[in-house]
Design a protein around this ligand. Structure first.
Ligand code: PEP
Ligand code: MG
Length: 755
């Protein structure tokens, strides 16, 4: 907060302090508050709306018609005030009436006022009211004024809660019904689990927001910072982590924030404005949350969650309300619920009782997701409205495979869940039994089934599944979970560990696929690209910024000393790009040789085919590649011009479509003629029916998600490849509209096992 913001907030708070301390009733206090704020911000109007019985009621105003007080009411989402409360957001408008959500309330006489600024009054992360100012001149309020309004809104939240103006057990805090509900979410870590709802964060009640003694508050925060840093250092020392270094990366980021001077400074500035230590921490946290909502970059948002985790910790320390659910201990099988969790917080839970995690936020690349995956705890993310729909202790059924959370299930639902769980376990056992069985078709064709991986711990999947190797090691994962650029030595260590763990089984390393939507804040400051998937990413970026690629080439070559190195390049669009990338590696190899370094016994170079244009240069490419790997995730989005991340399009274009299968066959056939092995490493290959179709057009190498190895092997072992090839030839020459249906029917007739 700039000094001037602190000052204007401080002036208001000094005046508010007297109001708060006065013995007058709550309504009189609110009346004084609107006067003080209106005066300080030079606003003709200042109004307070509070949430009562689900609607926002005008409680106090300076400037609007006094007859409107307790008369004007707005529903959540109605008008500007309702919009602010519903979305928990700030509005700052020079012309209120031109905003699409504007709703005119004639009884207020507000038509004279043009400018409008409003902030939510937040209690327990929910808007319980709105504080708004209006002015006759059309002007936008300054940032410092908005800051001051937000600070005042915090104080107001204390005042109205203490005065009982809002229900303490407001209906929005309690589940609205006790009926069963099913809530959808995003699949973050696959699995199923049943348990009782435990909220990670028992609510911290902030008793006082306006400081009596600013220096004393400052010391309380300093002491709390010291204690928090001690805790984080201890967690870093004590946590038992996996063998890989990615967890250490996570904790390193965490430590970086704990010692972040900028954060401490912002809290200090909030104290300067007259807030107590607790209120200052909360105020900075609110601002971070607001920024997070505005940020579109999921990676950066993840890092912000780490900061929020620490902020909660600091708040608990300073308020003496220490316990998270972890510290109080879990007493039964638990599904943990949190808005978000930091990795360190997750690690504090008793792993025997923690069965699943439900996050209101969360994302696939978040640190906590990575840690949960390593712990084997299923996680469902982006689950809405948990506080409204779930009460502590409710029975929950978490089914990440289906992407749902069932709250207070009926006995019928419980039985169905148990049955599904049992079937899942049985299937898992059956698939586990296939571990040492080769993926060979009934007519004797030995196919290759490998797994996709990206983190050190993923390598364990090789032993669990009995896969033939790692067909796609996404090296950018190491970059994505790091707070800083992984230096060559660190890259090399990871690659060596992966090769050691894989033993005789091949590993195909893909050089980093970053850029575009995977911008790394510490590496490139990507300009805003309109189509990041088609942007400056992967090999395009790597060839231009070749320092990164050279370092990676050295790391890979040195890690594979004395063994075979398989490396492939992402997003090759023209044959010359592959040639350049290969030449870059060869140059590094020559350099290492000139230094008498140990070299790989052989290096195989492959290209990913995921940009359709490359298919028209196969004659140029095939003579120089050792293998091809088709990335159907990207390929599909480019072939159909359909963003792979857009859920609206997810179901629209089928992998089992004539265009895709014909396209893939046109690649597979000449590759086979040229003696170049070709595989598929996109998600498509992990679905048994899709995998069957791929085999039918001549693909005999698949690299898939580990959980799919069992089902795909089972399919392969029940398949007659010769019969399938004949059927597919026929099918693709006269394709029916419902190709998927035709394939499924054929599989059923032939007794092909499809999970
Ligand atoms: C693909 O595009 O199919 C692929 C395997 O790579 P990624 O999903 O990492 O883009
Ligand atoms: Mg790709």
């Amino acid at each position: 907060m700039p000094v001037s913001a602190a000052r204007s907030a401080r002036e208001i708070l000094v005046n508010l302090h007297d109001v708060m301390a006065a013995r007058s009733n709550a309504q009189a206090k609110l009346n004084s508050v609107v006067e003080i704020i209106g005066e300080a911000l030079d606003s003709e109007v200042c109004s307070i709306y509070l949430l009562r019985e689900g609607v926002l009621e005008l409680f106090a105003t300076r400037g609007l018609d006094p007859a409107a007080v307790h008369v004007t009411k707005l529903a959540m989402g109605e008008g500007l005030v309702g919009t602010i409360a519903q979305h928990n957001e700030v509005l700052n408008l020079d012309e209120a009436a031109s905003h699409p959500d504007f709703a005119y309330k004639p009884e207020t006489g507000e038509d004279r006022y043009h400018s409008f600024a409003g902030v939510p009054i937040i209690r327990r992360e929910r808007a319980v009211g709105v504080l708004a100012v209006q002015h006759a001149d059309p002007r936008r309020y300054e940032d410092v004024e908005i800051e001051a309004l937000q600070t005042v809104a915090m104080v107001l939240s204390e005042l109205i809660a203490n005065a009982g103006l809002i229900d303490q057990a407001s209906p929005r805090d309690r589940p609205q019904s006790t009926a069963s509900t099913r809530i959808p979410g995003q699949k973050l870590v696959d699995g199923m689990a049943a348990g009782c709802a435990v909220f990670h964060q028992p609510r911290i009640h902030i008793e006082h927001t306006v400081a009596e003694d600013t220096e004393a508050e400052r010391h309380r925060v300093y002491a709390a910072f010291d204690k928090m840093r001690e805790q984080i250092d201890r967690i870093a020392r004590e946590a038992e982590f996996g063998v890989g270094d990615e967890h250490q990366e996570v904790i390193a980021t965490y430590k970086m924030f704990a010692y972040d001077e900028g954060w401490a400074r912002r809290i200090n500035e909030a104290i300067d404005s007259g807030l107590t230590a607790e209120a200052a921490i909360e105020r900075v946290q609110q601002r971070t949350r607001q920024r997070m909502r505005e940020i579109d970059d999921p990676l950066l948002a993840d890092r912000m969650h780490d900061l929020e985790d620490l902020s909660n910790r600091l708040l608990r320390i300073v308020s003496g309300q220490m316990g998270t659910a972890a510290q109080m201990g879990l007493r039964q099988d638990t599904i943990l619920i949190a808005r978000n969790l930091g990795p360190a917080e997750l690690l504090e839970y008793d792993r025997r009782r923690l069965k699943g995690v439900v996050l209101e936020e969360g994302s696939l690349t978040a640190h906590v997701t990575i840690v949960a995956r390593a712990m084997g705890v299923p996680v469902l993310g982006r689950v809405r409205d948990v506080r409204r729909l779930i009460a502590e202790g409710d029975l929950l059924l978490l089914d990440v495979t289906e992407g749902t959370l069932t709250v207070r299930p009926t006995s019928g639902m419980e039985e169905a869940f148990e049955a599904k769980l049992a079937a899942r376990q049985k299937r898992k056992a059956a698939y586990a039994a296939l571990r040492d069985v080769a993926p060979e078709t009934k007519d004797g064709h030995r196919l290759t089934v490998m797994v996709n991986a990206g983190l050190r711990d993923d390598v364990a999947a090789l032993d669990v599944t009995g896969a033939d190797g790692i067909g796609l090691f996404r090296t950018e994962f190491q970059f994505l979970v790091s707070a800083t650029l992984p230096q060559r030595e660190r890259q090399q260590r990871l690659y060596r560990e992966v090769l050691d763990a894989a033993g005789a089984r091949p590993v195909i390393f893909r050089t980093v696929d970053i850029g575009g939507d995977k911008a790394l804040p510490y590496l490139i400051h990507a300009e805003d690209e309109e189509n990041p998937a088609m942007g400056w990413r992967a090999l395009r970026l790597a060839l231009e910024r070749d320092g990164l690629m050279k370092a990676q080439a050295r790391a890979l070559l040195e890690a594979a000393a004395g063994r075979t190195l398989n490396v492939m390049f992402p997003m090759v669009s023209e044959a010359w790009e592959f040639d350049e990338a290969r030449a870059l590696f060869e140059k590094q190899r020559d350099f290492l040789a000139s230094r008498n370094k140990r070299l790989p016994l052989e290096v195989n170079y492959g290209a990913m085919l995921e940009v359709p244009a490359l298919a028209y240069q196969l004659d140029l490419l095939l003579p120089s590649v050792d293998f091809l790997s088709i990335g159907t995730n990207d390929l599909t989005q480019f072939l159909f011009a359909a963003d792979r991340a857009n859920p609206k399009l997810a179901e629209r274009y089928d992998w089992l479509s004539t265009s895709i299968l014909r396209f893939l066959r046109r690649v597979a056939v000449p590759a086979a003629q040229a003696g170049v092995p070709v595989g598929v490493c996109g998600e498509m290959g992990g679905r048994p029916l899709e995998a069957m179709a791929l085999i039918g057009i001549g693909i005999d190498r698949l690299s898939i998600t580990p959980a799919a190895v069992g089902p795909v092997k089972a399919m392969i072992r029940s398949l007659d490849r010769g019969a399938l090839t004949a059927f597919m030839d026929e099918l693709l020459s006269r394709p029916p509209r419902d190709l998927r249906g035709a394939l499924a029917r054929w599989a059923a007739e032939q007794g092909v096992e499809l999970a």
